[in-house]
Structure formats: C-alpha cells, structure tokens
Ligand binder design. Sequence first.
Ligand code: AMP
Ligand code: FE
Ligand code: FE
Ligand code: ZN
Length: 271
Amino acid sequence: MPSDLHIHTTASDGRLSPQEIILSAIKAKLSYIAITDHDTVSGLQQVSNINTGNLSVISGIEFSTDYPEYEIHILGYNINIYNTQLQQTLDILVSDRQKRAERILAKLKKLGFIVGYDQVLRIAGTASAIGRPHIARALVEKGYFKSVSQVFEQLIGYNGPAYEPHYKLKVPDAINLIKNAGGKAVLAHPGLTNNIEVIQWVIENGIDGIEVYHPTHTTDQEQFFLQIAKTNQLFITGGSDYHAIPGRYPEKLGEYTIPDSLARMLNAAQE
Ligand code: AMP
Ligand code: FE
Ligand code: FE
Ligand code: ZN
C-alpha cells in the first residue's frame, strides 16, 4: 500500500483541515501519512486523539531556512510536538509571520492594494502560520487579481515589490531542533536547490534523510538523489507536498505516493 510523507493542512497554507486530510487518506487507502505544516504543529495537536484505524499519522514539520540565494526546506519526522525548545521556537516563528504579514500589507497599501489584516486572518482561519498564500487569496477575493499565482508573479514572489521575508532558522539550527525533539531531519525537495555543493553541505551538517521523491523532480533527479542518499546512508523519503489547491498537482490525496517500505524504515528508526 502507498504512503505520503509531505502534506500541508489548514494549520499552515493547505486548504484541507487535518481532520479532512485523515479522512481523505483513509479513503485513498494510504498506510502512512506525515502532516508537515510550515512552522507549526498545531494541526497535529488537533488530531492527536483521533482513531485513524489502519492509517499511521507521523508527526512532521517543514522549515524554510535562512540560506543565501537558495531555498532550503528541512522536514522533521517523528518529532515530539510537545518538546519545549521546539514549542518556544515555533512561537517565535509564528509571531514573526504575523508581523511580516502586516509588513506585506503596508507595502501593498503603498502600491494601491488595500487589504485589511482582519481579512487575511479570516481567510487564514485556524492557521497558526500565516503565509503569503493567505494574503494572495485576500487580494483575489477583493478582485484585484484573478489568481493566487498572479499575485505571486506580480507582487509577493521572491524580490517582488511587496515581498517581505519571514524569520528563518539557519540550516544547522533547524536540523538540531528536530533532532533534539527526537525526530529525523530530512532535506525537502532537493530539486529546488539542485546544487550538489549545497546538498553536500546540508549532509555535512547532519541531515538524516533526503526527500528523493517529490512531484517537481524529474526521473533523472530521482535517480541522482537516490544515489546520494544511498552513498551517505541516509533515509529515502518522498511525498506529494499536498496543499489541496485547485490546479496544483496533485489535486487529490493518493495521486502521488511512495512505497510503504520507505515510510516503515523511517518509522523503525524511532526509539
Ligand atoms: P511563505 O511561507 O509565507 O513565504 O509562503 C510560501 C508558500 O507560498 C509556499 O509554501 C507555497 O505553498 C506558496 N507559493 C510559493 N510560490 C507560489 C506561487 N508562485 N504561486 C502560488 N503559491 C506559491
Ligand atoms: Fe506551502
Ligand atoms: Fe517546501
Ligand atoms: Zn511543503
């Protein structure tokens, strides 16, 4: 049976709630899923008491890290979501995201696009980690743009006129935070960086695994990352990076999966 180790929910910028993700995963007959929201574990806290039957839910997270020129995302698996150091760091990241959203709104206002913070909060709903996608949806709702991707292209994409960064951890700090919370740290979608020196540097900093399988990777990239993982004796993981956004592949949970054996190996490492 298949598994999916990279899923976002309404706790960050996904469109389905953690409860809905679990129902979809059971319907798609998945064995293991990992909920990996950006900068928060609040989605996992919402479903910690749910009986998921044959479905195993792995506690995960995804950090964007502070690295010049490259987008390095670090996934954490089987973390203790109640670890004090983790909770304290997440509080800082989440509150900085709120301030950053207000900075983006101020920039937008100067550019003539009026969006209220209350409108963004309403769209974000139960999300702990407010992100650019919530702001983009507010601009679409107001009729300024036709689509979220149009907003990214014209205003809030990296280096766009209303772009503002959020506070990010350094790569070694993200890796150590995950490990100190009892988890395994995995380099997310290395195809995004696609730079062997950067990947090597992340490995030197103690990464435990590589996300070999991701919807954006070509078959050649998969083979290349697989080789790197094997050479360095790292866990091999993969997932759909599901956000449940119409028009963004995969639109349904279960459309992009990995073999259970990979999820089992990652889980077996848990003491
Ligand atoms: P943030 O973490 O607030 O900086 O927002 C990053 C998130 O925005 C990513 O995780 C994606 O889900 C989403 N995103 C990034 N680029 C685009 C894009 N061009 N179109 C739509 N969504 C995007
Ligand atoms: Fe996202
Ligand atoms: Fe990512
Ligand atoms: Zn992701």
